[in-house]
Design a protein around this ligand. Structure first.
Ligand SMILES: [Cu+2]
Length: 97
């Protein structure tokens, strides 16, 4: 009887470990070309704005490559919202703020 709870704890621990490293399905990766960035601060500005969106899991904006790499949940966030967020900041060919 005393061994049963220990076994259950180990099994539960394993389940939590597996669940923790589980990458939920439905996440999508997108690369968005961004024009209008003049320095690394521009990239950081976009990165901060995008990471504040609910459905964004990961975002990395490269000033050098003029590209944003985004991992997002398409059921929570649409590409339209993502690109609007970028254009609202004045990028995608817009003016540098
Ligand atoms: Cu800048």
């Amino acid at each position: 009887m005393t061994k049963t709870p220990v076994f259950l704890l180990i099994a539960l621990g394993l389940i939590i470990l597996i669940a923790g490293s589980y990458n939920p399905e439905g996440l999508e990766t997108a690369e968005i070309e961004i024009t209008g960035m003049y320095c690394n601060n521009c990239a950081e500005e976009i990165e901060t704005a995008l990471s504040n969106l609910k459905g964004i899991q990961n975002v990395s904006v490269s000033f050098e490559n003029s590209v944003a790499e985004i991992v997002y949940d398409p059921s929570t966030e649409t590409m339209e919202t993502i690109s609007t967020t970028i254009t609202d900041l004045g990028f995608n060919g817009g003016n540098h703020k």
